[in-house]
Design a protein around this ligand. Sequence first.
Ligand SMILES: [Zn+2]
Length: 346
Amino acid sequence: MFGTFGTPRPPSTPRRFGRTARLVVLAIAVATGGTAIAVNATPSSAAACNGYVGLTFDDGPTGSTSALLSVLRNNGVRATMFNVGQNVQNNRSAAQAQVSAGMWVANHSWNHSHMTSMSQSQMQSDLSQTSSAIQSATGSRPQLFRPPYGETNATLQSVASSLGMRQVTWDVDSQDWNGASVSQIVSNAGRLQAGQVILMHDGLQNTRDAIPQIMSNLTSRNLCPGMISSSTGRAVAPDGSTPPTGGTTTPPPSGGNCTATATTPNVWGDRYNTSVTVSGASNWSVVVAVTAPQRITTTWNGTASLDSSGTVLTMRSNGSGSTFGLTTMFNGNSSARAQIRSCTTG
Ligand SMILES: [Zn+2]
């Protein structure tokens, strides 16, 4: 049902997802817990979010959804997951884990059919069944719909609309479904502009491996991952507000219970210190990123985990209070400042 050998692989449909999904979900228990997190990010003054982009991952949940969620969380990313209803029904815990990790979950049809050849009632049944499966698994009914293969028509759009969903396709195709290398995926993501949406997929190693560099590049352009607005189809701040215009600071999204605020108390010729204060939780985890070629060299007052590039720091509370710090070497870039990616509790 997902295509046959001899047909070209269309966008948004790596052939192997369909063939393996049901076997994989039977074999793998996604153990990601149901920890609710609040993602409150307060970019420091010189590295504000001057715009948002929508990162999307289609065709899940898959057997490697938990691996994808780990990469996303470690990089402070919130993304939109366009799920296939049948996969959700067969792997409800993975869909729950998506929401627990701070992702937005959306509708990508029941079994990835070519929907434009369906009757209106078939479309209605397909999308409704998918939304119900997602709601049953996650507690939330999707507000976004992406047609399989990007194939749509006026009837399908109106059916989606009648079910409370806005159709969203994409501005940039990462080509991950088409065998793109990590560097090609990173390069394609480099075309993203504020407000735009990129197509990627759950279940591909190259896609997961590209995420740290994609995020580093977005950070260097003052772009942040955001939510796709169900009213405009464009990427907006995670709390649904419009991107800031002018100014150099971004207020934290509301509704969370953990907020991190960065200041820069010391600047020297070759390096600077960043002080981060966390409020709203005593057991916290904060992701901080700097812009390459800057590199984080020293941290204090927390349990630090630094990625291999030295640009993404995950700091966890260690009982030393609610303020931690880091030293960053300029390495030629003396203007950028550290940016808070996320603050999560637990
Ligand atoms: Zn797809």
